[in-house]
Ligand binder design. Sequence first.
Ligand code: 5GP
Ligand code: ZN
Length: 113
Amino acid sequence: MQDCVFCKIVKKEIPAEVVYENDDILVFKDIKPAAPVHLLLIPKKHIPTFFDLKEEDAGLLGELHLAAARVAREMGLEKGFRLTGNCNQDAGQLVFHLHYHLLAGRTLHWPPG
Ligand code: 5GP
Ligand code: ZN
């Protein structure tokens, strides 16, 4: 999608610190980290929100979760991490290209704000 910042990162039109990539997904560092480790996990395909997911995207979601575990293990995050996805305005979604945040490196409070 033309005006989507994450699609631009997928197409390498704007830079990002990529930590994992395969044919379907991309994992990169958040530009404004909210924790010592703050990664974004995205499908390369433009899906605006969780409401736009289709049955055929089930495998893609599995890949994102597997990538979270893989990257967390590689980064030595055995103490834990949080994987969270914001959907629409009440959750504070700012970028309308589906993504998960992976947060780690400090104690994360619950419930979140
Ligand atoms: P949301 O509020 O939509 O769940 O989160 C969007 C996230 O994307 C925010 O944490 C924000 O810092 C991050 N972000 C926005 N633009 C860019 C960018 O150009 N590069 C990177 N690496 N992260 C971005
Ligand atoms: Zn997009």
